[in-house]
Design a protein around this ligand. Structure first.
Ligand SMILES: Nc1nc2c(ncn2[C@@H]2O[C@H](COP(=O)(O)OP(=O)(O)OP(=O)(O)O)[C@@H](O)[C@H]2O)c(=O)[nH]1
Ligand SMILES: C[S@@+](CC[C@H](N)C(=O)[O-])C[C@H]1O[C@@H](n2cnc3c(N)ncnc32)[C@H](O)[C@@H]1O
Ligand code: SF4
Ligand code: SF4
Length: 326
């Protein structure tokens, strides 16, 4: 029977963070010095992550998105993904990455059974890219995307966090990438996850982004994909790919929320912004996988109907994106 939360939403999607480490330090996600490192013993083993994934599938999860930190920096990730993909009942295994290691790993990800990739890319200009990521090399990210295509990943989703005054002058250039490539370029509203007074000035609302693009390109709405996340898409006339917006700040897409999250430290979260959490570690130690499923059901039962970002959390700095995985 389908898994539903108390608000009647069907929950079939788990975002599983496998590490909080990262090879970049994006300004909107991490402090300059990085996060206080969690010891290897505090991070769940692959065996434990697999038990959680199996328990989740047993209660109704059909799609798992592996995330981080940066998931590709964890050693042994390919073998783990292969085992994850083999879980009976799991329909879709997908992954979000910053692309830095795709040049070396894209082909193995494909063979491991990862169905599609979401790749973060916030600028097409080397200097802006380096500023946002605090030292990242644009060439590596672009080579990573090319390697993913060469490995057979077809509909690559490109995540662009739009920040007014930082990269909002590149919207049209990003949208133009979809003209002859089948990318899904998604413009994401910057979320105030780190303490930042005056964060509102940095957010460019999705509606404004679409208005800007409509001035330059003729576009039509596209139907959402199955088991999809929060992006809403349009297609520029004649384009191979799609442009989309993800609007966590200006527009509540919470009414269609379909997901729960588990961090690499074994904390199940009912909502990206909510502090209602269930610690899975004591249950993992007990070895009782039925209880693990029950704990995940409790997480679903605690899902709020929507986030309170605009009302309460904004600029307070309590959302640890790199640990939660977005
Ligand atoms: N507010 C909110 N933001 C989310 C949620 N899920 C993803 N996001 C944000 O959306 C952006 C893109 O996330 P991705 O990891 O690419 O995943 P997605 O777009 O949800 O995934 P698919 O639709 O499965 O491709 C990130 O900035 C996430 O933090 C959510 O449930 N709530
Ligand atoms: C936390 S990252 C983890 C996966 C991987 N390291 C990556 O960057 O794709 C997942 C997504 O969250 C997004 N994200 C992180 N902090 C954000 C913020 N403050 N506002 C909007 N999106 C954010 C990133 O751009 C990325 O697309
Ligand atoms: S957004 Fe992704 S790549 Fe950037 S610091 Fe956060 S985890 Fe790392
Ligand atoms: S903010 Fe929370 S309730 Fe809203 S879509 Fe995201 S996870 Fe779901």
């Amino acid at each position: 029977m389908a898994l539903r939360d108390p608000h009647g939403r069907r929950i079939n999607y788990l975002r599983l963070s496998v590490t909080d480490r990262c090879n970049l330090r994006c300004r909107y996600c991490m402090p300059a010095e990085g996060l206080v490192k969690v010891g290897h013993d505090d991070i769940l083993s692959y065996e434990e992550l697999l038990r959680i994934a199996r328990a989740a599938v047993a209660i109704g999860v059909e799609k798992i998105r592996v995330t981080g930190g940066e998931p590709l920096v964890r050693r042994g990730i390919i073998d783990f993904l292969q085992r994850l993909e083999a879980i009976p009942g799991l329909q879709r295994l997908v992954l979000t990455t910053n692309g830095m290691l795709l040049r070396e790993m894209a082909a193995d990800l494909r063979s491991a059974g990862v169905e599609s990739l979401n790749i973060s890319l916030d600028s097409l200009r080397p200097q802006t890219f380096a500023e946002i990521t605090r030292g990242g090399e644009l060439r590596r990210a672009l080579d990573g995307i090319a390697a993913a295509e060469a490995a057979g990943f077809e509909f690559i989703k490109i995540n662009v966090v739009v920040m007014r005054g930082v990269n909002d002058d590149e919207l049209e250039e990003f949208a133009a990438l979809t003209l002859d490539r089948p990318y899904r370029v998604r413009f994401i509203e910057y979320m105030p996850t780190l303490a930042q007074p005056g964060w509102e000035a940095t957010v460019m609302p999705g509606a404004e982004i679409l208005d800007r693009l409509a001035k330059r390109f003729p576009m039509a709405d596209e139907a959402p994909e199955k088991m999809a996340g929060p992006a809403r898409y349009r297609r520029i006339a004649g384009a191979a790919g799609l442009v989309g917006v993800i609007t966590p700040v200006s527009c509540h897409f919470c009414g269609e929320c379909n997901r729960i999250r588990v961090t690499s430290r074994g904390i199940a979260k009912s909502c990206l912004f909510d502090r209602g959490t269930v610690d899975l570690r004591p249950i993992l130690v007990s070895g009782d996988d039925i209880a693990l499923g029950e704990a995940l059901r409790r997480t679903v039962a605690e899902k709020p109907d929507r986030h309170q970002l605009a009302e309460s959390n904004g600029g307070q700095g309590q959302i640890d994106m790199a640990r939660i995985g977005g």
